[in-house]
Design a protein around this ligand. Sequence first.
Ligand SMILES: [Zn+2]
Ligand SMILES: [Zn+2]
Length: 738
Amino acid sequence: MKTVNTKATKLGAVCMRTLSIVASFTIAWSITGQCEVAMAGDHSVIAVEPKLIHLRNGESQEWASFPKQAEAEQLVLTFDAKPQEPQEPQEPQEPLGTLTLTQSDVKESWTVTLNSKPLGQLVRDENELETDFLIPSGTLKQGTNQLSITCRNNSPSDDIRVGRIVVHASAPSTIRSEAKLQIEILNQDHIPVPGRITVTNGRGTLVPIGTKSGNGLAIREGVIYTANGRADLAVASGEYKITVGRGLEYSAPSTSLRISAGETAKRTLILEKQVATDNWIACDTHVHTVTHSGHGDCTIEERMATLAGEGIEFPIATDHNQQIDYRPMAETVGVTPYFTSVIGNEVTTKRGHFNAFPALANGHTPNHNELEWGKLFDNIYSTPNIRVAILNHARDLHSNFRPFSPRHHLSLTGDNLDDWQQNFNAMELINSGAVQTDPMELFRDWCGLINHGLRVTPVGCSDSHDVSRYIVGQGRTYIQADDHNPGLIDTEAALDSFLNGRVIVSYGLLVQLQVSSSTELANSQGPGDTLSIRQNTDSTEQTTLIITAKVLAPHWSRPRKLQLFLNGTPKFSVDLNPKTKTRQPFASTIQWNIPTEELPHDAWLTAVATGDGINSPHWPTAKPYQPDSAIFESKTFSCTGPIWLDANGDGEYRSARDYAKALISQTPVDQKTGKPDLEALAKSLNTHDQAVVNQALALLLKSEIEPSQVISAGVGKRGREFERQWRQARQARIEQQE
Ligand SMILES: [Zn+2]
Ligand SMILES: [Zn+2]
């Protein structure tokens, strides 16, 4: 009855497989992805390739999680088919067909070609998803057919998996509309709320949906955002897992179901608010649309559903060199109660990208052709209304320029080596669309800027251009502000708070921090506040700083570690042990004490929580956009804005840079050399912390004093890290290495 011949041979790097099926019977496609022999029916299906195959474009391994050797560089398959003859010979059109495949880890541009006719491209998305290609009439041939999947020439290395390829005799719209799913998302008060619906098959693969975006829905393979909490979806018959969610703060309930052709399945899922964020608003400072940025895939209409569906209350529209007002579209889609949008602009220059806001839709835009940072920031801040300029993705390379390349920037001390003015007032620590291989790298860069004496608000954002590939609001910034009415947020008050550092950077979890002194327990301070420490003169008891950190996460996120940083140096660290297999949210409160006599001078505090990256298809954390290494371990991250400690109670916080400047100016000058007496300086640095030592070394470079001289004068190993970074910077400058 059946003849299935599989012959696989390797010719050079090209994988040649021949798989011929004589279609004297049909193979029905089941939702679990397995091919099972069935009676001939409406769905004649040819199984072309049952397995997932590892392809690698380029020479080098993109990710260590893939085998060292790929199975092939591109896929070329031949298979036999007997397309159904038109039932009525006079019909002018042969029936259309569908080629369905499963793909994962696709970053570059891969083309699917059938018998020399390009069917389309793989979805550029690293998530595992099934996707359909329409086979135009006349493309499938009687007898031998050739299918190829190839990457565009000269693309960077890309490890992908592709397979489970089947050919159906009907069009995608037919096979994806056999059955109906009606999903409703309710909050705990049983009121429908916007959210995200994730639909996977039995293998956990995202599956195509027969319904198109529109009417408040934004739809991609296995991902549906709904602006009003309801979605009527056309799907193929089969077995599904449905998960709903609404960003960081909510639970992610799921349900499994099997649905046959002609059936409608109705499900209502109730979201639980699991991360309390009273008096904090969820902001994404970096949001794009394909409508106005020209790349990615999310239209401005779809963006409304994705923002509301991820629980973003304060989105900043930052298309490249454009100032877009989301409000008319928010009204059209009916999402005005859920967020207050702000008009912004990703000022995209050849010397870095800067998110500037609030802007006017019809006002003039900052000059993105300006190359000099000083002039550029003058230009940005003199643009009507603009108060904020964020330094975006400072470690990424764009236009062959990397703002925080060692060539331009000393991370440890926040020094710009070209003496450019660093007048940005915020910086991205998390850009969830372009995460770093080392999740702490931008955090350390930020600590350097704060110790340098700059007031830079730390930011989390998504930089999403997409509906699904990168999730809008996954990286986000919580801003301390009145959150009673997300549709009517006082923008100027929220931005005051933002510029004062009253923020929490969040990427999959949330850390909160409060500090008070034992003499004034009621006077507790949070991010952006200054705590003036008054010594207790009436008592012999010493004054103690009481530091309280709280880590919060929904049930689907696993926090692992909490650290407290004092002047950018780790002071305390604790391991967090979330229970596995529980639907309960995570909440843990940790308290630390620091006797104030241990504080030699003013300083600042921040807490950092990290955890496991999220694998669940309902909110997966992405791989790095510009990886430094093939080895990558995904991590969640959260940190707070700085709490300033005024250790001597003079009412003012002074930075490590201020202390270093004062110490150098107080150091006696050596009569012979005209330079500061380094031994004397080393002695005074002994009573100051590491941040002050680093800043002193950076300042001495300006008098042409090398770190090695200060190290041998008595600073010793406390100068080694600065010396290492300075050596690296010098090398990068000689080699002009970005
Ligand atoms: Zn950018
Ligand atoms: Zn961007």
